[in-house]
Design a protein around this ligand. Structure first.
Ligand code: CTP
Length: 401
């Protein structure tokens, strides 16, 4: 099946990117590229100092747009105001200590600070400097001034600095800068702003002994995509996840669990005040009855039998949580099995997929789902990215809030 056109998180967004003179300027190229890949139109403004670290041509090539540096160039006279007006958000990355000082005091000696003064869009600042400069009371006071004015910060991160020292001052990773921007835009304009969405993801691991477990093939990708999409729409997201190999998306409150018992406890806490619970995890239905305290040793016998006992059904056990969404991963009789789970688990709707179909299920970046509603109706979707499936799920959650 052909995949449906991708839904990009920053589609139709104009993002202005300000680059000031820091050794971490090379990472700004990656930020520009990632913004573009996320669907944004990106317009770069630079300080003259930044051009000593990286050429405007780099950004011009990455964004397919002119880069503005010289605020006095005749053909760019109005350009700064236009960039500032068009922007849905202004990201300054990297922002030097000097840039923060200028911003705090409303000074505009270069295109970056000038754009900050001229725009009414939200501003996200990613500082980068030596830790002594970051820690200096002058810088810290500027940060407080800017925060009080509504400017958002991402980073700086801790780590090895250009000076060779280790400390706070590294530019946040490009993925964090883009994540922080998506969160900021969601909180200011998203339809789930102010909501608390709880998502479960991944499989559980039920111990047989200290080194072995009973588990399943869930990778957590669907749940992580839902968490990111909910954040992008402004929700505060709690992500309760089994052991998976995925990085925590920026701004998401992640709770790591291993067993069904741990997942149940974490979800009971998280759903006490939630507006929605989206149960995309694959909890084990059974666990070993008597896990061994020490590593099991081979015996003389040819075989080994393990007694399993039933785990609680997590979503059926949770009393509320707001809008309740379940998943059904099946390999046959999809409709019949999926529909039966709606009343049994008191769901508003269930997202069903045939995990044996090509492009769907465990580990894939796409999924082909049918949503069965409590009222008996259903909607079948084409093969889509998991992010697009997440958006479709959240549209239906939103409609029930
Ligand atoms: N689920 C749960 N707790 C469990 C097992 C499943 O909360 N112990 C949730 C899943 O997260 C999913 C839904 O219930 O949202 C359906 O899971 P699935 O494994 O398809 O269904 P089961 O109820 O386990 O039924 P079966 O395995 O017999 O198909």
């Amino acid at each position: 099946m052909e995949a449906a056109p991708a839904i990009l998180p920053l589609a139709n967004r104009h993002i202005a990117l300000g680059v000031t003179g820091s050794i971490s300027c090379y990472k700004a190229a990656d930020i520009a590229s990632k913004l573009r890949q996320a669907g944004a139109t990106v317009e770069v403004v630079m300080t003259p100092a930044a051009t000593r670290f990286i050429a405007p041509l780099t950004f011009q090539s990455l964004t397919s747009r002119p880069v503005v540096v010289d605020m006095f160039a005749a053909d760019e006279a109005e350009a700064h105001v236009e960039v500032a007006r068009r922007a849905d958000a202004f990201v300054i990355a990297p922002a030097t200590a000097n840039c923060l000082a200028n911003l705090a005091h409303g000074q505009a000696p270069d295109m970056v600070t000038l754009t900050a003064l001229a725009t009414r869009a939200p501003i996200l600042v990613a500082p980068a400097m030596d830790n002594q400069m970051w820690d200096h009371p002058a810088t810290q006071e500027n940060v407080v001034t800017l925060r009080n004015r509504g400017v958002e910060f991402v980073g700086p991160a801790e780590g090895r600095l250009a000076s060779g020292r280790v400390g706070l001052g590294r530019l946040a990773e490009p993925s964090a800068v883009v994540g922080a921007l998506r969160m900021l835009l969601g909180q200011r304009t998203g339809d789930l702003a102010g909501r608390h969405v709880v998502v479960s993801a991944g499989g559980t691991q039920e111990p047989l002994d200290p080194v072995r477990f009973v588990g399943n093939r869930s990778t957590g990708k669907m749940g992580f995509a839902i968490a990111e999409a909910a954040r992008d729409r402004g929700a505060f997201v709690t992500l309760v996840t089994g052991p998976v190999a995925l990085e925590t998306p920026y701004g998401i409150h992640r709770v790591d669990v291993a067993t069904v018992a741990e997942m149940l406890t974490a979800l009971e806490q998280a759903t006490a005040d939630s507006d929605a619970i989206i149960m995309s995890a694959a909890p084990a239905d059974y666990r070993p009855a008597n896990p061994s305290e020490h590593k099991m040793k081979k015996g003389a016998e040819d075989g080994l039998s393990v007694d399993l006992v039933r785990n609680p059904d997590i979503i059926a056990t949770l009393p509320g949580g707001g809008v309740r969404v379940g998943f059904a991963a099946e390999t046959r009789n999809l409709e019949e099995y999926a529909r039966a789970k709606i009343p049994a688990k008191r769901l508003d709707f269930i997202v069903a997929n045939d995990v044996s179909a090509a492009g769907s299920g465990f580990g894939a970046d796409t999924n082909q789902v049918t949503i069965y509603h409590r009222d008996g109706s259903h909607e079948t979707f084409p093969l889509m990215t998991k992010y697009a499936v997440a958006m479709a799920i959240l549209d239906r959650v939103k409609a029930r809030l």
